[in-house]
Design a protein. Structure first.
Lengths: 253, 609
């Protein structure tokens, strides 16, 4: 399968503490990869480095063979979308507005000059794509709702729809089951799988909940102290001695 | 606070109260009571609000209080009060003669420094205070009455400011709030050196500033332009360097309160922006009424009011620049009057001295202002909220001291004439020219239309998103740097256009017309009326220009006469105190209430049928 994302020798330290240490990672087009590890293993930092919200001290990241620019907005326009562990929605905007912001910004079709030319109104293709995405995520009925009125599960789904509306090549999703009960987590995993099937987007999921990882990911990468300690299928990684010692807390596997 | 205390001290002294007793009354009785009142009436209510609300409230107070003092006491009191201590004492130390008041100030500073350092380092006072500032609710969970702690902090802080005011006031025969602005920026710069939290470093910063301001003039000729310009600018340069280099300032506007997630954040101005108060037909009627009113005003208004309306229309364009930058982009700029001044001086210089045509001068003035906006936008890419407001204030004060008095811009302290235009044979001359009023109103209509397109278009939506979560907006592909830069330049260009038209309306131009002190007034007045809609700016400008004129005509017992400007500022700034609860501003708030009242009446009628 064609390689989509290549992470080469990425390193990041905060003061004297190295959080991500020479990490290599590959994600193929359409693949779903889970990133697991104990708290402080460096998964969220690596995740933010890929998204462009934190800059790496060393190493390079490529998307479809092209080196990625440093800024998050440029990476988003290249096709990397993300969700957040603590849900980040736009106060004062409806669900539909959330999708319009992402779609128009991604396509480079939003901005001062478009508005001053009198073309600020939403076009029919833009509206159609937004509604299709909302239907794909099962929240079309909430299109005109204010996000402050929604439950956490619905808010996470809105975040997912916002990330997917511009049809990204890679979706980074950070602990999507955080704060959700088991049935809501599985519902979100189900949405992620159906979105993958219909759009072909590759997914990198950072998650503590192994059930959600197993429901979404085909391959799992385990991190410990900023280094990759295992890489394989869910069963292979869970059976790995180092993983059991560092993450599952077993004295000996 | 220092200004009010200085005025109170001088007033008490002028009524025969001994200077030491006046100082005690002001610093030990009046200031703490006033501090407690401020906390009770204002800051207690916004303790858990976001930093923008706190900055807006403080700016409102900064504009409101000096005007209030002027109304209550008057600005014409001329009395040289004696220094509180050792006013007639003189001594010589190492061959340098030192006056008693200087010794008294030094001793007072050292005593205050020692007491405050010991207090802030103690666990009981210092730790509780720092914790209460960071998270009042979390501290309350541990059984500490954070309200009481913060009220005490306000009382002590007011007392210290009053002490500074009393020591400072005897230097002046007439008490003027602008003299205390230097104290304010000096204090902020010194606090910046102390990285806001270290009291010892803050005092050391203050001393360093004082030494620099004392030593540097010795190396400059009193006749050079640098003498008049550089020395007062030292605190601003220092603050500028600190704001740009100190990491702490960049994250100052981010909430560090671990309890901030337990309740939803204050609604951003965008919430008001995107809710439609009126239906489609209502809006058509609304706009037709506005257009009709403008036409009637242009044709039938008495000649004496033509000049006032022209100035109001050009001011409205300047006010709209605040709508663009603050209402739309959520950036707090105190330098909008400087951009207006750049446009005004550019237009005036080019049309009057270089004989350019009016159109070309206006375009060039607007472009000069937008270049100023470009310069101001560079730090805005790294700073938000309070640091950005402080930085733009530095920029405004620098312009006051360095740019506008320069002979190639203005004419030093004297005013420069501005030519009235004559385009295609249409006469625009004379202060009461209706033709010129029509032209300014046409520019205003175009600017209003443009700003509305941005508010209701993709830019408004993008900036509302970024205002709410910048990281999520960036991760969605919103090009923040480009958008912020363009909005800053556009806003400065709009202010510059308004400034140019204002200069032509005035007919002459002098430095007080675009004084830096007007920046906070402008921002507060627009926010009070509503920064999120063009209506707020338009109504604010009419009120700002017409209210002093109307008050000047009124009998003195109804606020007429010399205090009309101060009363206008007090009336128009008072709404800033409700920003935390109603960021949409008074105009939108009243419209909302009217709509609710209208719906109730309709429902009642429906019920009765």
């Amino acid at each position: 399968m064609k390689v989509l994302l290549e992470v080469r020798g990425v390193r990041k330290g905060f003061g004297s503490q190295v959080v991500v240490d020479s990490v290599d990672l590959e994600v193929s087009a359409g693949e779903a990869v889970g990133l697991i590890g104990s708290n402080g293993a460096g998964k969220s930092t690596l995740f933010s480095i890929i998204a462009g919200t934190i800059s790496a001290d060393d190493g390079s990241i490529f998307l479809e063979g092209r080196k990625l620019p440093n800024r998050a907005d440029e990476r988003a326009r290249r096709g990397i979308a993300r969700t957040f562990q603590i849900v980040q929605l736009f106060g004062g905007l409806s669900v539909l507005d959330h999708l319009l912001v992402a779609l128009q910004a991604h396509n480079g079709e939003a901005g001062v000059f478009r508005d001053l030319r009198g073309n600020g109104a939403t076009t029919v293709p833009e509206m159609t794509l937004c509604m299709e995405t909302l239907e794909l995520c099962g929240i079309a009925k909430l299109a005109h709702a204010q996000t402050t009125m929604l439950s956490l599960g619905q808010r996470r789904t809105v975040e997912l729809a916002r990330a997917l509306v511009a049809r990204p090549k890679l979706l980074l999703t950070d602990e999507p089951s955080s704060g959700l009960d088991e049935s809501e987590s599985l519902r979100l995993a189900h949405i992620l799988n159906s979105v993958r099937r219909s759009t072909g987007v590759a997914v990198v999921i950072v998650e503590h909940d192994l059930a959600t990882v197993a429901a979404v990911a085909e391959r799992v990468v385990a991190l410990d102290a900023g280094r990759v300690i295992a890489n394989g299928t869910v069963d292979e990684v869970i059976a790995n001695v180092d993983v059991r010692r560092s993450w599952l807390g077993e004295a000996s596997a | 606070m220092a200004y009010g205390a200085g005025v109170a001290y001088v007033e008490l002294c002028s009524h025969g109260v001994p200077s030491w007793l006046s100082l005690l009354i002001v610093t030990v009785v009046l200031a703490p009571v006033f501090g407690a009142l401020l906390d009770w009436g204002l800051f207690r209510r916004i303790r858990t609000a976001d930093l923008t609300s706190k900055v807006v409230t403080s700016l409102g107070l900064m504009v409101f209080l000096p005007s209030m003092v002027q109304i209550v006491i008057g600005s014409t009191t001329v009395y040289s009060a004696p220094a509180p201590f050792l006013s007639t004492y003189f001594t010589t130390l190492f061959g340098i003669s030192i006056s008693g008041p200087v010794i008294a100030t030094l001793v007072t500073t050292i005593v205050v420094l020692m007491v405050m350092t010991l207090g802030l380092r103690s666990r009981r006072v210092g730790l509780t205070l720092r914790a209460s500032v960071q998270s009042p609710r979390l501290v309350e969970l541990h059984g500490v009455d954070s309200g009481k702690v913060l009220r005490n902090a306000w009382m002590v802080s007011s007392s210290l400011a009053a002490l500074a005011g009393c020591l400072y006031a005897p230097q002046f025969a007439t008490q003027n709030p602008s003299a205390y602005n230097v104290l304010l920026t000096g204090a902020v710069a010194a606090a910046a050196l102390g990285a806001i939290s270290s009291f010892t470093l803050a005092v050391a910063g203050g001393v360093l500033l004082g030494v620099l301001q004392g030593v540097i003039p010795g190396y400059l000729s009193p006749n050079s332009v640098w003498y008049g310009a550089l020395v007062p600018s030292i605190p601003f340069f220092m603050l500028l360097i600190m704001l740009l280099t100190h990491r702490g300032f960049r994250s100052l506007d981010r909430s560090k309160d671990p309890m901030s997630v337990v309740e939803p954040p204050t609604a951003p101005p965008g919430l008001a922006r995107r809710s439609e108060i009126l239906g489609f037909s209502g809006r058509i009627v609304n706009w037709l009424a506005v257009v009709g009113l403008v036409i009637v005003a242009i044709i039938f208004v008495p000649e004496v009011w033509v000049g006032t309306l022209t100035i109001a229309a050009s001011m409205a364009i300047i006010f709209l620049s605040v709508t663009l930058l603050t209402g739309l982009a959520g950036q707090l700029s105190l330098a909008q009057m400087v951009f207006a001044g750049m446009g005004a001086y550019g237009t005036a210089r080019l049309s009057t001295h270089h004989h350019w045509s009016l159109g070309m001068s206006l375009i060039a003035g607007t472009m000069i202002a937008s270049l100023g906006g470009l310069v101001a936008s560079l730090p805005a890419l790294r700073l938000r909220g309070l640091p950005l407001a402080l930085l733009t204030l530095c920029f405004a004060l620098l312009a006051d001291n360095l740019i506008f008095p320069a002979t190639f811009v203005g004419s030093g302290s004297s005013s420069i004439g501005v030519r009235r235009p004559d385009i295609f044979g249409v006469d625009f001359s004379g202060p009461f020219s209706r033709n010129y009023l029509v032209m300014v109103v046409a520019f205003l209509a175009m600017t209003t239309f443009g700003v509305r397109l941005l508010i209701h278009g993709t830019t408004g939506r993008m900036l509302t998103a970024a205002h709410s979560s910048e990281i999520a907006a960036a991760s969605s592909g919103v090009p923040m740097r480009r958008t912020i830069t363009i909005i800053f330049m556009l806003s400065a260009a709009v202010a510059g256009l308004g400034g140019g038209l204002y200069a032509i309306a005035l007919g002459s131009l002098s430095t007080p017309d675009f004084n830096s002190a007007l920046g906070p007034v402008l921002l507060v007045v627009v926010i009070t009326m509503g920064a999120a809609s063009v209506r707020g700016a338009l109504i604010a400008s009419v009120a700002f220009v017409a209210l002093p004129q109307a008050l000047a005509l009124a009998p003195s017992r109804f606020g007429g006469g010399g205090q009309s400007s101060a009363i206008t500022i007090v009336v128009l700034s008072v709404g800033a105190f409700t920003y935390a609860q109603h960021p949409e501003g008074i105009v939108t708030f009243i419209q909302g209430r009217l709509k609710v009242a209208g719906l109730r009446v309709r429902n009642l009628r429906g019920d009765s049928r």
